[in-house]
Design a protein around this ligand. Sequence first.
Ligand SMILES: *[C@@H]1O[C@H](CO)[C@@H](O)[C@H](O)[C@H]1NC(C)=O
Ligand SMILES: *[C@@H]1O[C@H](CO)[C@@H](O)[C@H](O)[C@H]1NC(C)=O
Ligand SMILES: *[C@@H]1O[C@H](CO)[C@@H](O)[C@H](O)[C@H]1NC(C)=O
Ligand SMILES: *[C@@H]1O[C@H](CO)[C@@H](O)[C@H](O)[C@H]1NC(C)=O
Length: 961
Amino acid sequence: MSLKFISLIVAAICIAECHAAFETYDSGIQRITLNSIRGLNVWTASSKNGTEGEEISVPAGVPGGIYSDLEESNVLGSAVYHEYNDMENKWVGRLDWTFTRDFVVSPEVNEKSEIVLVCEGLDTVAEVFINDVSVGNSENMFARYVFDVKSAVKEGQNTIRVAFRSPVEYAQTKFREHNETLGYKVVPESLVPEYRGENQAQMIRKMQAAFSWDWGPSYPNSGIWKNIYIEAYNGAIIRDVMIFSEPNQSVPDESNATTWTVTARVYYDSGIDEEVDLSFERVDSTVATTTKVNITIGKGNSVDISLTELGDQIKLWWPNGYGDQNLYWYNVDLNVPQFSETTSRRLRFGFRKVELIEDFVDKDNVIKGREFYFVVNGKQMYSKGSNSIPLHVLTEKITNDQTEWLLRAAKMSHQNMIRVWGGGMYETDTFFDYADEYGIFIWEDFMFACAMYPATDEYLDIVRQEVDTQVKRLQYRTSLVMWAANNENEAALRHDWYGSGWNFDLYKGDYIKLYIDTIKTMTEELDPSRKFISSSPTNGIQSQEEGWVAADPYDLKYGDIHFYNYVSDNWDWNMFLRTRYASEYGFQSFPHYESLAEVANDITTWTWDSPMMDHRQHHPGGQKEIRDLIKMHFPFPENYDSTEAFPYMLYMAQLSQIMGQKTQTEFYRRLMDKMDTDGTGHNMGALYWQLNDIWEGCSWASVEAKGRWKLQMYYAVKFFAPVLASPYLTANGAVNVELISDNPQNVTGSLTVQIYRLSSLTPIYQEVVEVEAEFLRSKQVFMVARSILESLNCGAVSGAMDPCIVYLTLPGTPDNFLFLHYPTNKIFLKDPKLQITSVESVNTKTVSFTLTTEEVAPFVFLTVKDDHRGYFSDNGFVLVNSQKKMEYYSESGITPERFRQQLSAMSLFNVTEIAETVPSTTVTPTTTVGSTETTTADAGKPLVQVLTVLICGLIMLIQDL
Ligand SMILES: *[C@@H]1O[C@H](CO)[C@@H](O)[C@H](O)[C@H]1NC(C)=O
Ligand SMILES: *[C@@H]1O[C@H](CO)[C@@H](O)[C@H](O)[C@H]1NC(C)=O
Ligand SMILES: *[C@@H]1O[C@H](CO)[C@@H](O)[C@H](O)[C@H]1NC(C)=O
Ligand SMILES: *[C@@H]1O[C@H](CO)[C@@H](O)[C@H](O)[C@H]1NC(C)=O
């Protein structure tokens, strides 16, 4: 076979795009792609706009979706995310849409004995017709469907029609039917109104967030969202390949003492019972197995083929921060000599052994609970990372560039774990390619979130197709670390979030049927190589022992928890909980002013509580919570709801978010080597909520929808640094400095501890100590005694105090700081007269510059106004030195001229310029040394707090935290 021939076939099979980690080189198999871009006018999408409405017909893109088709044809007026368009466009999701095109079947295709239509993804409920013959149905966005079409196609011209039912109408019909036939509702019946969404997403196997979420708009799409093609063969073809690689040692290494048995489980569809050739080889090596196997007629049968890799011939794969991400290409060929047909799969994977440890922390005292951490190639790993949601609510708008950009940010911020959250989608191949390459483990939820779900036979059948598709699709991924059945549904059931409490046992029965008997059983059968957990949060083994719905799924001593508290002082670490593993935690903020401007008719009319802001704040009470946190820590502008104050409120909302995340993450990391006598502590995971935005709206995200880094991303780079000096106030009023490390290498250095006041660039205190960071330790390396703080007049104070700031410098690690008093009082904020000098081009994508200040400048905020994909070497920092050398990187390139022109810089001082701020006497500074002492003195009394916590759109009252 000539090379040219191979590349033609590859082009035909890759269809839309070829992925780095998955390629196929077939011969003798016939394929007809039915994908086509919108501009070629091959596909048409049409509907009748209601019974009396007009006929709508527009060119469609495949893969694609109806909203983008209508947007491109100017049927929607303006871009989907503009202003109130999510509301204006609701009619689209409430209609049925039909997609049609013609295609030609050649004699070579038509004469094959097996002809199938492969739909890698139909969104969602559809009937597929070829030449008006119904060939199959789809009821699951996440399932791949392979329909026999031999008797429906004919040589020459053919027509395919995919008729989608309105997902909204379908979900609501299913909801009613369930209630009518089984006598109970699959709750919740409706979302909180702030979501501005569609109800009962739980009844349809579709991206749950497409019906809206507390961070995203409602856009229930319809369309052919993945590749679609006709496939014709006489013998057999490979459908899926799973890879199992087992080392002979419990701790694999790179010596010849380790050998790996690598097994490819090859799933095939066959029209024959025949002896065929199967081979499995490492590309560009002599490591190969070739054998004859007997295959059998049918779909989804499998055959195994193994080879052996010697430990000294391959290098291990490590998560980000622990070593390199070595990956190897392998090739699997299934050759049917009788028909000269070969299907090949080329897959890339790496060698690593990973375990989830859930041992008792104390075998002699089991009530102290169980550990929850991962071990990779024999090394304990502290999980640092975040939770991802879909990059766009309309999947057709997600690009590979955007995906890479997002995962690059995760890598740059030292993340080694992303939880792909259960209300979105099983991520794209590109997403997994970069997770493999960047060393980021994927904790993979099944797509069930924040609701009760049906467990009828019909529904379970639909779910099984999804499990089969996704487990076989993703199993070979090196980055895939764990399967999890759902998001927060164990907790929702236990604590009756949605009205299931009237019959707990009934809903629990459904819960177990769906997640345990179906998803867990099937996943473990298909992929015994991975850990499966039943929910998040869950107590792991303890939840299982308690019958899968634990008495308290938020038990700190077991498994993971999600933690949200928007009302307490989030600069005070005492409000956070001593959990084993925090798999969700965060605070809200908004995107940059410049980003909001792009979806606004006129951003200069927006204010904090203006209708558009309210529209993009889906979390009930969110605006007030953010405002109260701002008031607690910053000079609060009395005119906060004015157009003048608006940009500064956005800025302070971001500051409020980063300080909460910084305080909380450092608290968790400091707990990595500490356990209390009650068994709490030994935290081994911090995955913040949430990595990315879905649109320009209020959310917990660190990266905006178009890629711009919010300040939280810059802070993640710092709070997740492998080695970090972390200061905090102790109960007796001293400042402790701990040196946190999950750097596998021990490192030493000189730590400088300084104390500044806002009034001077000269520190009022300075000490230097030699320190050594040790792997998985957070040890105290310095303390500033309370008596010293008092002698510096940094002790007990009122809000009228010029704030003291502890500032830490350790070369090779991010600087860190602690405000001993909050900068609420504007009289202490002086104009730093920030200047940018020496702007120079480093290369076409990077400029260097120097930032100078005349005063201590808290929270310097730099923006390149017209650039979404770029980042500064630092941002949001507290500037205590008169000069800081910096860089800005732009993905699309930047000149010094444009940089100067587009740069804006501010610090907390600018807030004081806009208007009267609330007098400081009305603000109670809560983290002064004095007030901490008060808490200590009161420690004997039970401290009962009532906190409002919002999870899954539901306000809970948590008492006595
Ligand atoms: C379709 O009907 C809805 C009302 O049901 C209307 O708001 C919308 O503008 C119509 N769209 C078109 C393209 O006619
Ligand atoms: C559920 O079924 C009951 C009994 O048939 C009926 O009274 C009720 O209106 C139904 N509720 C919904 C939301 O369909
Ligand atoms: C393994 O490597 C060691 C050290 O290089 C060597 O002495 C030994 O012969 C090797 N064993 C095998 C089975 O290749
Ligand atoms: C395939 O089946 C035939 C007939 O049973 C048998 O003779 C042959 O050995 C089998 N081949 C393999 C590879 O098992």
